[in-house]
Write a protein that binds this ligand. Sequence first.
Ligand code: SAH
Ligand code: SF4
Ligand code: F3S
Length: 451
Amino acid sequence: MKNVYLETLGCQMNKSDTERIIGILSHFDYQKSEEQNADLVIVNTCSIRKLSEDKAYSKLGVWGKIKEQNPNLKIGICGCVAQQEKENLLKKFPYIDLVFGTHNIYELPELIQSIETKNPDGTKNRVCAIREDAVPEKDFNIVRSSGINAWLPIMEGCNNFCTYCIVPYTRGRERSREIETILKEAKQIIKEGYKEITLLGQNVDSYGKNLPDSPIYGKQDFAKLLSEIDKLEGNFRIRFTTSYPTDITDDVINVVKNSSKICECFHIPMQSGNDRILKAMNRRYTRAQYSEIVNKIRTQISDVTITSDFIAGFPSETEEEFLDTISAIKELGLDYSNTAAYSPRPKTPAGKMTDEFISKEDKKHRLAMLNETVKEASKKSNETAIGKTYEVLVEKIKEEDAKNSLKRIAEGRSRNNKVVHFQSNTARIGDFTDVKINEALVWCLKGEEIK
Ligand code: SAH
Ligand code: SF4
Ligand code: F3S
């Protein structure tokens, strides 16, 4: 057996790909290992911002140094930076053995074999495999990370072409997996004992658009998929991400509302609170339309959590337009938001608006203000939980030294995705237990277990 270590950067889609990559390699004499014992190291990269891309290069730099001492170490790079930079990576980093793109995962067995074979002249074979189109998936093992949650990709790629975003270039056009394939994987996940399934897609509401009707399930859309997974036997939760504001249908809201397994939680990136900027971003909604969908979900589903993403300092954004983002977070009562300063990406239309770039200082100042607003919003949202009783799924147990008497603290999440801490001598990872909330902090809640 040989050892492989994967370092995963970026979104849940990358985490899920890593589990598939290790699964495929497990058919070919590789086992998952720690970084220091590995014969093959691979960095699965993210390109959403320049900063994410740089993280990949610094990891490669570290491994390059290790390889000077251990020339047998094989180094690979995959994911969104690989798809974007292609052969350039072999030129830029002479110690890399393998580059493969986001559509090449199922070719790994042949690729690994090829880097393990020397050229006729004795030199090492270095390989770059990038496809522009996806190939049909194959049935391999999936080596899932431990814990209570399992990632389940329902679709890949994106057709939205928001002007700042690199994902449509690194992940290709949108394509959905068949309901039957997803249900088979979901059943396996439940059998393996996972307590939560998170359905993944760049835009889950577009699920099924490229699929023909199924002989068993008829029209394949997201509401249908959710209700079919909801029907599966077992004690588990269902989550999903990401939703596109104006694509969320009444059917989806109804399925979430009436299901006992699907959690009351929507991640709906708004990106900006200003209509001119939304248009420049090629987001297909206005502030008023976004607000309408948020209000609709809140009236239909009680105690629902709505989270978002925002970008500060999109090219040409004025200070006044930025303040519309701040007011939107407050006005809409968004529970939590991810934030980022705009980062120009290759190939994207916004990346070419160089004359209208916002200065580094202004972006920094806007981002700080955005983060402060998100913090206040999160505290406010958490305060509404005080006095309520939440069903918590336990994810971690920690021993805490509270002035020399050891306390056993359980950490988990409520259905509406709030992090909850409570003291318990009996709770185990994977348990569902009721907790009465009595304290709200900025990023988490504290409570007492009710037995
Ligand atoms: N599919 C999801 C998000 C994918 S990327 C959606 O439709 O919203 C995750 C987040 O990264 C985005 O929501 C956006 O807020 C942020 N992001 C994407 N490109 C960016 C860029 N060039 N600079 C800064 N943030 C960016
Ligand atoms: Fe990027 Fe927009 Fe697609 Fe999200 S919807 S992945 S932000 S292009
Ligand atoms: Fe990053 Fe690629 Fe995901 S760019 S956010 S890893 S789809």
